[in-house]
Ligand binder design. Structure first.
Ligand SMILES: Nc1ncnc2c1ncn2[C@@H]1O[C@H](COP(=O)(O)OP(=O)(O)OP(=O)(O)O)[C@@H](O)[C@H]1O
Length: 232
C-alpha cells in the first residue's frame, strides 16, 4: 500500500554541529505498509519517528530514496488542529479538512453533524476557531480525522487528547477504527497501546530500522536495549 525505499533525510544544522552542519535523521530506511494492518513505530526521543510519518504523508520530501503509495490512495497525518484556519468556524474548518482529504463537498457536508456531536463543541462549533481553548481545538482535530475517510491514517502519539472523559471516548473510537478495515501507522511511547493496537512493529534507532516484526518480541528487544543503556 505504501513503501519507503532507502529513504534518507538530512537536516541542515545552523550551528555547524552534527556532521559539518548536516544532521542525518534517517539513513536508508526501507519499509512496507500493507493494506488493513496497523504498523507501530517505536524508538527513543528524536530518532525520527515523526519525521517518518511526515515523509509518509508527503509533508516532507526525503533527501534521497523514494516513497511510493498505491495509485489513488491517500495518506493523512492525524494532526490535532494544527492546520486550522483561525478565522473560520469549527464547522467550516471541519468541512475544509474533510475536503482536503479528498471528500467531495456533498460528502463532506454529511460528516458535519456527527463531527459536531462527537466533539461535544455545542454552539462553539459555529464560532471561529481562534476563540477555542487548546482542548477544544484537539477535540475538533481528533474528531474531524476520526470521522473523515482516509486510506492510510498516520497517528502520532495523540491518543491522550483532551480531558479524561473525552480521552476515554477518543481512545475507544480510535481503537474501533484501527481494528476495522483501516490501514494505520501508529507512533507511540506506550507499550500498552502498541501491544493492544498494532499487528506489527518497527523499531528505529540511530536513523535506521533496528528490528521489525512481531509486536511482543520487538518490544521486548527494545525494552532490553533501553535497560542495558540505563545500566551502562
Ligand atoms: N525542522 C527541523 N529542523 C531541524 N531538525 C529537525 C527538524 N525537525 C526535526 N528535527 C530533528 O530530527 C530528529 C528527529 O525528530 P523526530 O521528531 O522525527 O523524532 P521522534 O522520534 O518523533 O521523537 P519524539 O519521540 O521525541 O517525538 C530530531 O533530532 C530533531 O531534532
Amino acid at each position: 500500500m505504501l513503501e519507503l525505499d532507502q529513504v534518507t533525510l538530512n537536516y541542515q544544522s545552523s550551528k555547524g554541529t552534527f556532521d559539518d552542519g548536516v544532521h542525518h535523521v534517517l539513513d536508508r530506511v526501507s519499509l512496507q505498509l500493507y493494506e488493513n494492518e496497523t504498523l507501530g513505530i517505536i524508538g527513543r526521543n528524536g530518532v525520527g519517528k515523526t519525521t517518518t510519518l511526515r515523509i509518509m504523508a508527503g509533508i516532507l520530501a526525503p533527501t534521497s530514496g523514494s516513497v511510493s503509495i498505491r495509485p489513488g490512495k491517500t495518506a493523512s497525518l492525524l494532526s490535532l488542529g494544527l492546520g486550522f484556519k483561525n478565522d473560520l468556524s469549527g464547522r467550516d474548518n471541519a468541512m475544509l479538512a474533510a475536503m482536503l482529504q479528498g471528500a467531495s463537498k456533498k460528502l463532506a457536508k454529511t460528516y458535519l453533524e456527527s463531527i459536531k456531536e462527537f466533539s461535544e463543541l455545542g454552539d462553539s462549533f459555529e464560532e471561529p476557531v481562534k476563540t477555542y481553548s487548546s482542548g477544544m481545538r484537539s477535540r475538533l482535530g481528533f474528531t474531524t480525522a476520526l470521522m473523515t475517510h482516509v486510506d492510510i491514517l498516520l497517528i502520532d502519539e495523540v491518543l491522550s487528547v483532551g480531558d479524561a472523559q473525552f480521552k476515554q471516548k477518543a481512545q475507544a473510537a480510535m481503537k474501533e477504527r484501527i481494528q476495522g478495515e483501516q490501514t494505520v501507522v501508529f507512533v507511540s511511547h506506550s507499550d500498552a497501546q502498541i501491544q493492544s493496537l498494532c499487528d506489527r512493529v518497527i523499531w528505529l534507532e540511530s536513523g535506521k530500522v533496528c528490528a521489525q516484526g512481531e509486536v511482543g518480541s520487538v518490544l521486548q528487544e527494545y525494552r532490553e536495549s533501553i535497560n542495558r543503556a540505563s545500566l551502562a
